[in-house]
Design a protein around this ligand. Structure first.
Ligand SMILES: C[S@@+](CC[C@H](N)C(=O)[O-])C[C@H]1O[C@@H](n2cnc3c(N)ncnc32)[C@H](O)[C@@H]1O
Length: 286
């Protein structure tokens, strides 16, 4: 396990993923009844943007760094990302950024007293930082286990409402096979949960394979969102989210925010985004 998220925290892929996670959690908060968050690959939870790893890549400067000044953000985008910016700690008065919250911290900042979360992280160091970070939050349990084992063990949650984030580092060659088989087992046990699967789009083949698997497995409503920042630089440019059982409002929100968010994060003229349904109301989209 070589991957450390501290090299990448706050980059464009984090911003893209965390904005949609925030929208989903805000939707879950509309009802008083409790929900559960299960984060299978949680990371450390909170990242120092001045640490050596972050300095070495500076990826965050082209991600959250571009959202740190409100005057660069147009009004319609702002209304949809203001809660996310608050979770990150950016407000009108304090626009200097020195830390970035990971998905566990963002979720904990939006959860209410009645909500619960389970965070799994396998890397010993990341996991002990995660444990320390949330040791005093009684709503949250952290586990140093394989996230796919956690997925099998913790689903379905007793609340029967909630969000599962599956966000592996894609270090393993067969990651997608493991991810899909674990997801399908979880989905069969809990078909009404909201599942968010993050993935890098490295080749069109990979994207097609993932979508084909969803087609073939009778998954219900699945929205796919992707963002390609374009440009010449090497490294990750194109990422996607598969969102199973998305809130009914999410497609419209994505249509409202992705054009300006993509412009804001673009590295080249060829930046683009996509919004499409893999499966819509049980009907497979061709
Ligand atoms: C992309 S990062 C997670 C980022 C986090 N979800 C966020 O959005 O802030 C992936 C994490 O998965 C951890 N990891 C790798 N393999 C794992 C496994 N099999 N089970 C649980 N965690 C794993 C890595 O150590 C890394 O911290």
């Amino acid at each position: 396990m070589n991957y450390r998220h501290s090299f990448h925290a706050g980059n464009f892929a984090d911003v893209f993923k965390h904005i949609f996670i925030t929208r989903i959690l805000l939707y879950l908060c509309l009802k008083e009844t409790p929900f559960r968050v299960i984060d299978t690959h949680a990371g450390e939870g909170f990242y120092d943007l001045n640490c050596e790893e972050a300095n070495r890549t500076s990826e965050w400067r082209q991600g959250i760094g571009r959202l740190s000044d409100f005057k660069d953000i147009d009004k319609s985008l702002f209304s949809l990302i203001q809660h996310y910016l608050l979770c990150v700690g950016i407000d009108e008065k304090n626009q200097s950024l020195d830390h970035y919250p990971g998905s566990p911290m963002i979720a904990s900042r939006l959860m209410r007293r009645q909500d619960r979360a389970i965070y799994c992280e396998l890397h010993p160091e990341a996991s002990s930082q995660l444990r320390r970070r949330f040791a005093h939050d009684r709503r949250i349990k952290t586990f140093q286990i394989d996230g796919y084992i956690g997925l099998g063990a913790f689903i379905p949650p007793k609340e029967r409402r909630g969000l599962v984030l599956i966000d592996p580092p894609f270090e393993q060659k067969d990651e997608i096979t493991t991810l899909l088989s674990s997801f399908l087992l979880a989905y069969r046990k809990w078909p009404t949960g909201v599942y968010v699967i993050w993935y890098p789009i490295k080749t069109p083949d990979f994207d097609r394979k993932l979508r084909a698997e969803f087609f073939n497995n009778n998954i219900s409503r699945t929205l796919r969102l992707s963002m390609n920042i374009g440009g010449q630089a090497d490294g990750l440019k194109n990422t996607g989210l598969l969102i199973v059982n998305p809130p009914f409002t999410l497609e419209d929100e994505a249509r409202a925010l992705l054009p300006s968010l993509t412009r804001l994060l673009a590295q080249g003229e060829d930046a683009s985004y996509q919004i499409d349904w893999v499966v819509r109301e049980g009907v497979i989209e061709g």
